[in-house]
Ligand binder design. Structure first.
Ligand SMILES: CC(C)(COP(=O)(O)OP(=O)(O)OC[C@H]1O[C@@H](n2cnc3c(N)ncnc32)[C@H](O)[C@@H]1OP(=O)(O)O)[C@@H](O)C(=O)NCCC(=O)NCCS
Length: 232
């Protein structure tokens, strides 16, 4: 698996895409973010022995379509972009998300929308700093699960359809699907174990679904992906 990141400010005009019509009309900041994600994807593909290509956009849903030998995911903030790619023989799907940990005045309202009742219960008992981390971890992990599953299932998801069941300061988390609506492949109660970290005020989450291993149930061994990382 390869994970690459780049600062959006380091993207220059000659890196910008011309091919996508909708991007030609987009603001420079959006075009830079798009290019930054694709530069990371191309570097990760190359690091795994593939061609250094920019994954095209699936229509109409807009997820990146990686070459069939690979699975991957892209995320970006205004500052940085990251892409994670893995071998499709080993991984069924990969999801990646980055969220700047902004201290919104409306954090409580946002928490009411994003967190399940048990999550909200924990959130309310935490001091402000811990609560901020917990909120963004829940938010980002749920976005990452959506980005992992969507290219497989083509189903939109709500924040209430997954729940953080555990997390630790070593950077592991477990998310449980609490719906059977997403797909026949992933039943209600399926556990997804991912990795999280905070870099420069941005919370990152990563999920990698193994292809040849059954997804865990509550009392079985959970799968932890290994990953390498670097800069293009
Ligand atoms: C796709 C989505 C998750 C993007 O989240 P975001 O935090 O705004 O943005 P990120 O930078 O993390 O990700 C954007 C990238 O995700 C990828 N992406 C877009 N749609 C995707 C999808 N349906 N599935 C997987 N990846 C997708 C693209 O590569 C995109 O970058 P690009 O347009 O430059 O190529 C979000 O916009 C969305 O569609 N949400 C609806 C579903 C949802 O959020 N439900 C609640 C959580 S379960």
């Amino acid at each position: 698996m390869a994970l690459f990141s780049i600062q959006v400010k380091d993207v220059v005009e000659r890196d910008m895409p011309q091919a996508e019509e909708w991007l030609a009309c987009a603001m420079t900041s959006r075009r830079k973010e798009f290019a930054a994600g694709r530069i990371c994807s191309a570097a990760a593909l190359q690091a795994l022995g593939g061609d250094s290509v920019w994954p095209p956009i699936a229509k109409p849903s807009r997820y990146p379509k990686f070459p069939k030998e690979f699975k991957g995911s892209i995320t970006h903030t205004q500052e940085c972009a990251l892409a994670c790619v893995g071998d499709a023989e080993r991984y069924l799907a990969i999801g990646l998300d980055a969220e700047p940990m902004v201290e919104h005045a409306e954090l409580e309202q946002m928490a009411n929308h994003v967190l399940s009742p048990p999550e909200l219960n924990q959130f309310k008992k935490m001091d402000r700093e811990r609560a901020l981390t917990f909120f963004y971890l829940c938010f980002s992990a749920k976005e990452t699960l959506f980005k992992t599953l969507f290219p497989l299932c083509h189903t939109d998801m709500e924040f209430t359809e997954s729940e953080l069941t555990s997390w630790d300061d070593e950077g592991c988390f477990t998310l449980r699907l609490v719906t059977d609506r997403v797909s026949d492949r992933f039943e209600n109660g399926t556990l997804f174990r991912g990795l999280w970290s905070v870099h420069a005020g941005t919370l990152l989450t990563l999920l990698a679904l193994p292809r040849k291993q059954a997804l865990p149930t509550l009392d079985s061994q959970l799968y932890v992906p290994d990953f390498s990382y670097g800069r293009p």
